[in-house]
Ligand binder design. Structure first.
Ligand SMILES: Nc1ncnc2c1ncn2[C@@H]1O[C@H](COP(=O)(O)OP(=O)(O)OP(=O)(O)O)[C@@H](O)[C@H]1O
Ligand SMILES: [Mg+2]
Length: 364
């Protein structure tokens, strides 16, 4: 095998960072613990005693040789679709799971450095999708440990969202949370500090963006990028007709290859995103159908809490309510609910001790 071909592999199997020695342990009380929500679209970091300190897109712009990091976060997001040939933009987390280990590690290291003012080895509480496999959990845990964390405790994302939104998760009563982000929709019913029923589907905002790109391409022969599709979704994706329901967009004509402008209506955008929307609604219905009857009655009384960025789509709460006959309520700052939840677990040790795995809550 040529020497160049083996290089990326060797980099991948670089030995893990040695565990911190005596000095970090002595200094550990000085290093703030962190909570992290490494999402498909955005990563949010909460620092003990300071609140949310990082809220950045999960994007890395990297040289084609995968050695030179050009930009991370917001700066890298601005480069999507605009890079020269020797730079690519990568979203290393897909469907809530690590899709590119090396780039995820680079991105998290950058965010962790930005989050803690003192150089040190912070301990982390980290949200992962409830449907993540053990391999996926290990991958994301390894990525933060290599990125500079001393210990990492994982918590299911819907449970963290419920804690962050202030739901009484420890009571023997059912609370239903629907977290709809960029890559995953997590639906869970919690009671007594645990998840009783849950459904996790890898369909969310990104799939709607792709559905809009496909629609514009095949219906109008126009190629548009993901940022344009996302902007259309946010501007015109409202579930109900409203005033000013059309906009113009620019793209590249599929036939001539030249730039072209066209108009698109909200009805078309709604039609384009109807497929992913249906999958999200089915996940909510499925979870309700496997919820024990006593807890289902609690959910009827209390309603469904919506979190995650996509939950802000106007009218989505009404569509979910109509479909399930249960009132749906949008959380305050829904995109930050999970980070607030991991933040509460960082701040309130007793709560973390009760809700997280007993052995792991001791930050082993
Ligand atoms: N105002 C808005 N209306 C509709 N959708 C929005 C709005 N703001 C953001 N979004 C969408 O929310 C999604 C990102 O949400 P969020 O940051 O919660 O995802 P994430 O946590 O990174 O992803 P995941 O939890 O799936 O891994 C994107 O698809 C984005 O387009
Ligand atoms: Mg999320």
């Amino acid at each position: 095998m040529p020497a160049t071909a083996s290089r990326p592999l060797r980099a991948h199997f670089r030995p893990p960072r040695p565990s911190p020695g005596l000095l970090p342990r002595v200094l550990s009380p000085l290093v703030a613990d962190l909570g992290i929500d490494p999402g498909t679209a955005n990563t949010v970091v909460y620092a003990q005693g300071r609140g949310i300190v990082v809220q950045e897109p999960s994007v890395v712009a990297i040289g084609a040789d995968r050695r030179r990091v050009v930009a991370v976060g917001r700066a890298a997001q601005r480069m999507i679709g605009r890079t020269p040939r020797d730079i690519t933009t990568i979203r290393p987390v897909r469907g809530g799971a690590v899709a590119d280990f090396e780039v995820t590690h680079t991105m998290l290291r950058c965010f962790l450095r930005a989050a803690h003012s003192l150089r040190g080895w912070p301990r982390l509480v980290m949200a992962v999708p409830a449907g993540a496999t053990s391999v996926e959990r290990r991958a994301v845990r390894d990525a933060v440990l290599r990125a500079g964390a001393r210990a990492a405790v994982l918590v299911d994302e819907p449970l963290a969202a419920a804690i962050g939104a202030g739901l009484p998760v420890e009571e023997p009563a059912g609370c239903m949370v629907v977290a709809i982000g960029g890559g995953t929709t997590e639906v869970a019913v919690t009671s007594m500090g645990g998840v009783v029923a849950h459904t996790s589907v890898r369909v969310a905002g990104d799939d709607m963006d792709e559905a809009i790109m496909d629609h514009v391409r095949w219906r109008h022969g126009l190629i548009i990028g993901q940022p344009t599709a996302e902007a259309l979704k946010i501007e015109l994706g409202a579930m109900r007709p409203c005033a000013g329901d059309r906009t113009s967009l620019h793209g590249r004509d599929m036939v001539t290859g030249l730039p072209r402008e066209m108009e698109i209506t909200a009805a078309e955008v709604r039609e384009a995103i109807s497929g992913p929307l249906e999958q999200i609604l089915t996940a909510v219905e499925m979870t309700l159908s496997v919820t024990p009857p006593e807890l289902a009655a609690d959910v009827m009384d209390r309603g469904i809490l919506l979190t995650g960025g996509l939950a802000q789509l106007p009218g989505l709460d009404v569509v979910i309510s109509e479909r399930t006959s249960v009132a749906a309520v949008l959380a305050e700052q829904p995109q930050l609910a999970v980070a607030r939840g991991v933040g509460r677990l960082v701040e309130e040790r007793a709560l973390a001790g009760r809700l997280l795995h007993p052995r792991r809550a001791a930050w082993s």
